[in-house]
Design a protein. Structure first.
Length: 307
């Protein structure tokens, strides 16, 4: 590890500083954990990537969607955010099981036939987490804890579901900047109890353990990792810039990465292939230029440590 630091406050009102055990919501960086959970089940012959959602949820209303469609964002599924905000009538935020059941009566329509196009989908990854729960017979939280977090000694990592789980020690709130100087906490929403597309919480140090463990074969075989790091494709053979839980950039930077933004948290995990460099940035004040910041950090490393 070349550099690790914490800058700023964990709590702006109390002026409590961030420290290395401060726990951040990963937002969409969570998706790589969901993809890894699916690949673990695949390696154990519990599922096939060609299986449809209906193999596990017979009444799922969108037919012929495969697990691979979900992983690559080629499912065409509607946005569950819209369903929760416009059709869900209960005050308590829906869980994965509740939303899977509720979709059966939803008026939401799919965007396109499975495999036809690429469309980044939070719905796809919450459905994947629901499949993990159905196949493993345990909660998504418990599955990640026993199969990923504990084996990699990620002692400050967990899945958090709003209204269903208790707040943990050092768990951060997200903030937004008001009038350019005041930091206001962002409240949780009707979409915050669902997991799989978001809601993995961790520290920068634990996230480093994750990427090291994943890339050195501690969790998955090289074959599985190659699939995760390979561009997907549509049914007519067009490549899409996404593997399983990772965005794939084959242009000048040659990186495998993911960014996340949710409720004030801005996150990024980037693996630059040419430099064999991993850059992790976790932030909780609605920072908007994570891509540029990562590039600047990469440039500093290249200039001072060589390639």
């Amino acid at each position: 590890m070349l550099y690790s630091s914490q800058v700023g406050f964990a709590d702006f009102k109390k002026k409590v500083p961030l420290h290395k055990e401060s726990v951040f919501q990963l937002a969409s960086v969570s998706k790589q954990f969901t993809a890894a959970a699916i690949m673990l089940l695949k390696e154990r012959n519990k599922i096939k990537l060609t299986d449809t959602v209906n193999a596990y949820f017979p009444d799922f209303p969108f037919k012929n969607v495969t697990i691979k469609n979900l992983l690559n964002h080629t499912s065409g599924l509607p946005k569950y955010f819209w369903v929760a905000e416009h059709e869900w009538k209960q005050k308590k935020a829906p869980t994965n099981n509740e939303m899977m059941e509720f979709l059966e009566s939803s008026n939401a329509k799919r965007y396109f036939k499975p495999g036809r196009n690429f469309d980044y989908s939070n719905t796809g990854y919450f459905v994947l987490a629901s499949i993990v729960e159905k196949v493993s017979g345990t909660s998504f939280s418990s599955f990640l804890k026993s199969n990923i977090f504990e084996p990699l000694q990620m002692t400050h990592s967990y899945v958090y579901s709003f209204e269903n789980d208790s707040i943990k020690e050092n768990q951060l709130d997200g903030y937004r900047l008001y009038k350019g100087w005041r930091h206001l906490k962002i409240r949780s929403t009707i979409n915050d109890a669902i997991v799989g597309d978001k809601n993995v919480y961790t520290t920068a140090e634990d996230l480093f353990k994750w990427t090291q463990g994943l890339n050195t074969g501690k969790l998955l075989t090289r074959t599985s990792l190659d699939l995760m790091y390979c561009k997907g494709e549509t049914s007519d053979g067009k490549k899409v810039p996404y593997g399983f839980g990772f965005r794939i950039d084959t242009n000048e930077e040659k990186s495998i990465y993911h960014h996340g933004r949710w409720n004030g948290f801005s996150t990024a995990l980037t693996k630059y292939l040419k430099e064999d460099l991993v850059v992790i940035v976790l932030e909780h004040t609605s920072y908007k230029d994570m891509h540029s910041l990562n590039k600047k950090i990469r440039q500093i490393i290249v200039e001072n440590f060589g390639t």
